[in-house]
Design a protein around this ligand. Sequence first.
Ligand code: ATP
Length: 302
Amino acid sequence: MTAIELKALTKRYGDRTAVDGLTCVIEPGRVTGFLGPNGAGKSTTMRMILGLDRPDGGGAYVGGRRYTDLPDPMREVGALLDARAVHGTRTARDHLLWLAHAAGLPESRADEVLRQVGLESVARRRVRTFSLGMSQRLGIAAALLGDPAVLLFDEPVNGLDPEGVKWIRELMRGLAGEGRAVLVSSHLMSEMALTADHLLIIGRGRLIADVAMADFVRRSSGVLVRADDPEPLVKRLTGEGAEVRTVADGGLVVGGMEAGEIGRAALAAGVALTELTPQRTSLEEAYMELTRDSLEFKAVAV
Ligand SMILES: Nc1ncnc2c1ncn2[C@@H]1O[C@H](COP(=O)(O)OP(=O)(O)OP(=O)(O)O)[C@@H](O)[C@H]1O
């Protein structure tokens, strides 16, 4: 079981700090969504994990080693950074054969991964005739070639149609289900909500949240409660472990408890409720709230 570890990972471009002391672990057996607004430092982080950029501080480790020290990198780490970065005059199969030879992998792997990504029927077509979706599949085939335990995908669903998006989502879930560490970047929370088990959210190169998807969902939902006499109810709810916030008009927003449990707590406290409304901030809103201060470009309110 191989994890990716980032330890105070830092990258500067001139006076700009693109990645700023990132420390976290990307665990095997789950899909980790790597989220952040444009320019947050996602691609730079992935490039450093892959040894394509040198950190100015700290380090990125795969199974305890830097990528550049891995004896057989293609068998350990697979990545899709830019699906269009392929020689257009080569056929899909030749592209994979070339990669397999370079990595000392058997030729049979090229055909296996072509089958796995559904490109068998176009294996002998030149890559320049491929649609974006086909190029993404080919990029994923290349990432899978060495059957690696760690996979990185940089914005893999960009520009794909819904069927392609669904396919990539299921593939990533399957790869994590086999025990691999899957790190996938995106700037869309809605997509990650369907795919990721865990979230790493960054803004301006810094870690903003390292949280299980389920906890993020729970945190961004709550129940709006109004009562004639809220005080004993607040006491009871906090005593039972709920998070209670008072909103401007005297209502309460209760987190970490279902509406039914709140109703029963009110009954036990002898408090009459005048409102009990489950609320769900959209995940997108919760994410935007977290990253609001780290946007590179903001629209000016008029
Ligand atoms: N080669 C480079 N030279 C100078 N600055 C760079 C370079 N690469 C990235 N940057 C800067 O580093 C910051 C982080 O960029 P990065 O591409 O890692 O962000 P990102 O989160 O992947 O963004 P996006 O979602 O837009 O792809 C940005 O401000 C970017 O302009």
